[in-house]
Design a protein around this ligand. Structure first.
Ligand SMILES: C[S@@+](CC[C@H](N)C(=O)[O-])C[C@H]1O[C@@H](n2cnc3c(N)ncnc32)[C@H](O)[C@@H]1O
Length: 264
């Protein structure tokens, strides 16, 4: 049994490795270095989370899952709360960098769709599952009769074969059932992770992918590694000073979020 104990002012970290071949490079010194690096990083992360947690808003006592998809015309705030606007702008700026063909998954209120159109793109394809939201889309689309804006009505998982090839992909959906919530949020590195293979498949070489990361101010290593399984280059930007209400309903409590640009 290998044991390590790291004592800090506010906490101890204790590591016990039962398998003698676990993390076993050629030299013991190399193993020590890897284990110490892991413990130092974990300690650093905890200390940082302690600071971040002090700035959290309490949030509302609401279900983590939105419940609006059965409603005929959900209110704006039920679809996406206002505080997300700066994140939408940062993501729209990223996905339109080439001003080429853009695929957007999830129309919602159309806030990001509007930003994408304002930036100017060759074409804009939107995938949306909800009938009520499709009504919103049609009303919004009527303001742009001469633009190349297309819609694919369906769950993105069911319409992949209707997608083309794109220079930018913008992904912003949420889990639609308890099962999806467990699989895609609780048991995953990041919610959008289940879409990474599809994003990589529909992007042209050099194409750009962005999504709502749910990372406060840096990326976890697991998140980075998952991205590098599908993309060649990753750029991060922290959008801060988010104006979260104390009773925020979206499952987010920090006043910043990392926005990502992943290049195929
Ligand atoms: C948070 S909203 C998007 C907000 C949008 N970015 C905006 O700025 O208004 C998420 C949208 O994704 C849609 N959606 C959820 N799951 C989906 C899926 N599997 N396929 C297609 N659309 C989906 C929802 O109906 C909803 O319209």
């Amino acid at each position: 049994m290998t044991r390590r104990l790291k004592r800090l002012r506010d906490f101890d970290i204790s590591l016990q490795i039962r398998n003698p071949n676990f993390i076993r490079p050629p030299r013991d010194g190399q193993r020590n270095w890897l284990l110490n690096t892991a413990l130092d990083e974990f300690a650093h992360h905890l200390i940082h989370l302690n600071a971040v947690a002090q700035k959290f808003v309490p949030g509302a006592d609401a279900s983590l899952q939105p419940d609006h998809w059965t409603e005929d015309d959900p209110a704006d705030e039920q679809i996406m709360e206002e505080w997300q606007r700066p994140i939408m702008q940062a993501m729209a700026d990223i996905v339109t960098e080439t001003h080429g063909d853009v695929l957007e998954i999830g129309f919602g209120r159309g806030v990001s769709a509007e930003m994408i159109q304002q930036r100017g793109v060759a074409s804009h394809t939107i995938v949306e599952v909800s009938d009520a939201i499709i009504g919103r889309f049609q009303r919004w689309r009527s303001h742009y009769p001469d633009r190349d804006i297309r819609v694919i009505h369906g769950r993105w998982q069911d319409v992949v074969d209707q997608m083309g090839r794109y220079d930018g992909v913008f992904f912003h959906t949420y889990p639609m059932s308890e099962d999806e919530y467990l699989e895609q949020v609780v048991r995953s590195v990041t919610f959008a992770g289940h879409f990474f293979p599809t994003a990589a498949r529909v992007l042209r070489p050099g194409g750009i992918f962005t999504y709502l990361t749910n990372e406060i101010d840096s990326f976890s290593r697991a998140h980075q590694r998952l991205l590098f399984d599908h993309f060649s280059e990753v750029t991060l930007r922290v959008v801060d000073n988010l104006n979260l209400p104390q009773d925020v309903h979206d499952a987010w409590w920090a006043d910043s979020m990392v926005v990502v640009k992943a290049v195929k």
